[in-house]
Design a protein around this ligand. Structure first.
Ligand SMILES: [Fe+2]
Ligand SMILES: [Fe+2]
Length: 232
């Protein structure tokens, strides 16, 4: 006998893919919007990153940022499973928590595509990465960020969401500013290495604008979650 499941929770498809015109407008919107006021904790991550990888954007710096970008989503996923277990006796609440877990996993996947794309661009442009700066340092910062994220989430989930919103705002501005500062990227074709999974864009500039727009979507989602930080 075959059982049909009508309402299987599908993984969210992730941030919307934009066309050329929308990507240009998205970039302009970001450049016209002032950055958020970053907290001390956020600055404690941005400062060493600027010192180690330079203030200006680069593929190697972005790859580093993408390694740490998925960390809060992993922390929230882990806390979510803990909450599902805790609320096992209240199935409706446990289900709503599980929906947030599914969202956190989709955002992790989206960040993972960003990382794969950045690593591909690093390799294609022949930039060198060394063990200390591109393996050990991201691990240390990710370790710190992971623990800050889950401890904050336990004590004040709204602060954990706020910290991620600041991180995403920073990433959004870094990508969009990098494209503005490198107009030649509009003439470099998108290599399309992950076209099947992430889409194909006209140029590397548009590919980076799409990633910048994803970061804005992540930021807005976190700001939205701040309004109802605890699932009820
Ligand atoms: Fe990202
Ligand atoms: Fe992001």
């Amino acid at each position: 006998m075959t059982i049909t499941v009508d309402h299987r929770p599908a993984a969210p498809s992730g941030p919307p893919k934009l066309d050329r015109e929308q990507l240009r407008r998205a970039q302009q919107d970001t450049l016209d919007t002032p950055r958020m006021k970053y907290s001390l904790l956020a600055k404690m991550m941005f400062k060493p990153v600027d010192l180690m990888y330079g203030k200006k954007g680069s593929y190697t710096k972005f790859a580093m940022l993408e390694i740490i970008a998925r960390v809060p989503y992993q922390a929230w996923e882990r806390m979510g499973y803990w909450a599902v277990h805790r609320h096992a006796g209240r199935s409706a609440l446990a289900k709503r928590v599980f929906e947030r877990i599914v969202e956190a996993r989709a955002d992790q996947d989206n960040e993972q595509w960003h990382l794969l794309i950045m690593q591909d661009l690093v390799q294609r442009t022949g930039q060198r990465q060394n063990w200390l700066l591109h393996k050990a340092a991201p691990w240390v910062i990710a370790f710190f960020y992971y623990h800050v994220s889950w401890v904050l989430f336990l004590a004040r989930p709204d602060w954990s969401y706020r910290l991620n919103a600041e991180f995403e705002d920073h990433a959004e501005h870094e990508y969009m500013t990098f494209v503005a500062e490198n107009p030649d990227l509009d003439f470099v074709p998108d290599p399309g290495t992950y076209a099947a999974e992430y889409g194909r864009y006209r140029s590397v500039a548009d590919l980076l604008r799409q990633i910048g727009h994803d970061e804005r979507t992540h930021k807005l989602d976190s700001l939205e979650s701040m309004r109802e930080p605890r699932v009820r």
